[in-house]
Design a protein around this ligand. Structure first.
Ligand code: ATP
Ligand code: MG
Length: 445
């Protein structure tokens, strides 16, 4: 992409209404525009990152054997009456009537809708296990929308639902989700800690929330510092292997890590003093096992091996895809702007031409731009007639992890400068070597 042709409406001033850094930087970098309280348009760069996150979620769900569907944002109230949640859900549910006076609602979650799909089409244990998921906009009429996409009213969420014959199988689905979520966050450059949580209106006995530590997080959390040393890393997981998935659950959840809702002072006191931590965290996902809470009232049954109809065991699993943008920026920025982790960056490399209009510099930049594109590095080339300082500031603000700076002086010696956004360290090398290094870096992700 050429910067001169892109739509990147950068703000010079700090927006007054943005209280936290991620909200401020998303507005300043021209990623989102508020439409109404808690409702945003996604401008090109914001949308590009959102789609990258979505792709990672899809890839990791596929790896775990889960199957994508898409359900509507608008639902009829009837299913929610059947499950008994219509009246209980409260003011967060946006309700409306269609022209025939039928009660409709904007989906805040979709347990009922997916259970209805299931009961219409599945009747035998032979079709299990089954996990269906979607990535779709949700609406919750939050009492206090704030912090930009972190607590929106309309937000993009991955919601998955498992259907299993037995509790044991459903707990395997729970563990599979835990493993795939941990992989998902790590690919996004985030460390999210699974913590024992409260099940709230979804119900059920088993639930973990995934929290990214950040001072601006809305949740208060308590944990054993040793949990922050555990990573999924490169391990090769066989998702169909129950023991392996259970092993990961135990490894990540055996140490104390809880949100304030389930915090237990007496248990926490057993953690060695020097490892006790209390902090703030951003909830980026949650998994639940709730058994037959929805399958019972909605009559979602299958025939078991003996031909007896039994209600299926279910769980649901959510990732806040749009909130993740905010969480990633909270976890990765400096005074100059965003620092995108390589796995989610909107562009792989920024090319800065120090002397636009200089024939040699322009030619070298065009050649670099072409080669970087051919290598799949998805470059953004700042070809505007701006001073170098302004170009650097823009690249820093929008957070591109690598910058190649091209100027007449370097070109005399056949070199350009490759700079890391994160460390600020620059190295001179030939354009070919710079591209080779970047291609290697991205290929290893
Ligand atoms: P919270 O406690 O933050 O209100 P929740 O527990 O009600 O969230 P879930 O039903 O578990 O949310 O939804 C799954 C994920 O969707 C959450 O972990 C969070 O990342 C995201 N999410 C929930 N509400 C919002 C919101 N208002 N804006 C953006 N993302 C949200
Ligand atoms: Mg939650």
């Amino acid at each position: 992409m050429r910067m001169s042709r892109y739509f990147l409406p950068i703000l010079k001033e700090n927006p007054a209404d943005a209280q936290i850094v991620s909200h401020r930087l998303m507005l300043r970098a021209g990623m989102i525009k508020q439409v109404a309280s808690g409702i945003y348009s996604w401008l090109p760069m914001g949308f590009k990152v959102l789609r990258k996150l979505e792709n990672i979620v899809h890839e990791e769900q596929a790896r775990a054997g889960h199957i994508a569907i898409l359900m509507p944002t608008l639902q009829s109230a009837d299913l929610w009456r059947e499950s008994g949640r219509y009246d209980g859900y409260g003011e967060e549910m946006l309700r409306m009537k269609d022209r025939h006076g039928r009660d409709m609602l904007f989906s805040p979650t979709a347990e009922e809708m997916v259970t209805d799909i299931f009961r219409s089409h599945v009747s035998s244990y032979k079709d299990l296990p089954l996990t269906l998921y979607q990535i779709q906009w949700k609406f919750r009429d939050e009492i206090r929308p704030r912090f930009g996409v972190m607590r929106g009213r309309e937000f993009y969420m991955k919601d998955g639902y498992n259907f299993d014959l037995t509790k044991e199988d459903a707990l395997h689905a729970y563990n599979r989700h835990l493993v795939s979520y941990l992989r998902t966050y790590e690919r996004m450059g985030l460390q999210a800690i699974p913590m024992r949580a409260d099940s709230g209106p979804i119900g059920g006995d088993y639930t973990h929330e995934f929290l990214v530590l950040a001072d601006t997080g809305e949740s208060e959390v308590f944990y054993d510092a040793a949990v922050t040393d555990i990573r999924m890393g490169e391990r090769d997981i066989d998702f169909s292997d129950k023991a392996q998935c259970q092993g990961v659950l135990e490894e990540f959840t055996s140490l104390y890590a809880r949100t304030d809702e389930t915090h237990d002072e007496a248990l926490f006191a057993e953690v060695p003093k020097d490892r006790q931590r209390s902090a703030r965290g951003i909830e980026v996902g949650q998994i639940f096992y709730f058994g037959t809470t929805y399958s019972d009232p909605l009559g979602a049954k299958v025939m078991d091996e003996t031909g007896k109809p039994v209600p299926v065991h279910m769980g649901s699993h959510g990732i806040g895809v749009s909130r993740l943008l905010g969480a990633i920026i909270e976890a990765s920025h400096d005074d100059n702007g965003i620092i995108w982790p390589e796995g989610v960056t909107p562009f792989g490399v920024g090319i800065v031409n120090l002397k636009q209009g200089d024939e040699e510099a322009d030619t070298a930049c065009e050649a670099l731009y072409k080669s970087a594109t051919a290598l799949g590095l998805d470059p953004i080339y700042d070809d505007r007639n701006e001073r170098a300082g302004g170009k650097f500031a823009t690249m820093d603000l929008i957070g591109i992890p690598w910058r190649i700076t091209v100027g007449p002086r370097g070109l005399k010696n056949g070199v350009v400068e490759l700079t890391s956004r994160k460390t600020g360290v620059s190295e001179e090398m030939t354009p070919e070597l710079a591209l080779e290094a970047l291609a290697k870096t991205y290929a290893s992700l």
